[in-house]
Design a protein around this ligand. Structure first.
Ligand code: ADP
Length: 170
């Protein structure tokens, strides 16, 4: 089941929330800042121990004060025009998160719109990749059985709804 949710990802009742982190895993603005504020200082400490994460990959931590089981920190690509591997790197973020969720027996996971904030990825193209990767995963696997696209604004939520409909119709 795929859901589109409008609101703050730190408030969702799911097993795992995904953070759109940066390579240093040292917190930042946007959804990263919101997750670090809600989780508390233990999260920064756990991220420091990990040391960093390359673009397109994922690292997992406990969730500290956020009432979910785990936080997956993935690093989306900065948009630099689209010819520097951005689509493949963004797809890799979703694939690696879903593969890790599978290995960790996660039943529900929520994604923010990775790279669509300060990393400047064109939202329509990012949403197309997000929906395609999640649908492809669910075509061959039934877990995580609940996948949430968590959007911070209605325009983004509408893009996901349209893209999900378009995917079903093709
Ligand atoms: P990136 O650096 O990967 O671009 P950002 O955090 O700047 O990440 O933005 C990613 C998306 O997350 C944007 O669409 C932004 O509106 C959204 N966002 C920001 N705060 C939250 C939050 N608390 N919950 C869910 N989404 C959020």
């Amino acid at each position: 089941m795929i859901e589109v949710h409008l609101g703050d990802i730190t408030r969702l009742q799911v097993d795992v929330i995904v953070n759109a982190a940066n390579q240093h895993l040292q917190g930042g603005g946007g959804v990263d800042g919101a997750i670090h504020r809600a989780a508390g200082p233990g999260l920064l400490e756990a991220c420091r121990k990990i040391g960093g994460c390359p673009v397109g990959e994922v690292r997992a931590t406990p969730a500290f004060s956020i009432p979910v089981k785990r936080i997956y920190h993935t690093v989306g690509p900065v948009w630099r025009g689209g010819n520097l591997g951005e689509p493949e790197l963004l797809a890799s973020c979703y694939r690696q998160c879903l593969a890790l969720a599978r290995r960790e027996n996660v039943h529900s996971i929520a994604f923010p719109a990775i790279s669509c904030g300060v990393y400047d990825y064109p939202p329509e193209q990012a949403v197309e990749i997000a929906v395609e990767q999640v649908q492809q995963h669910l075509d061959r696997d039934c877990e995580p059985q609940r996948i949430v696209f968590c959007c911070f604004d209605e325009a983004m939520a509408e893009l996901y709804r349209q893209q999900l409909e378009a995917y079903v119709r093709r």
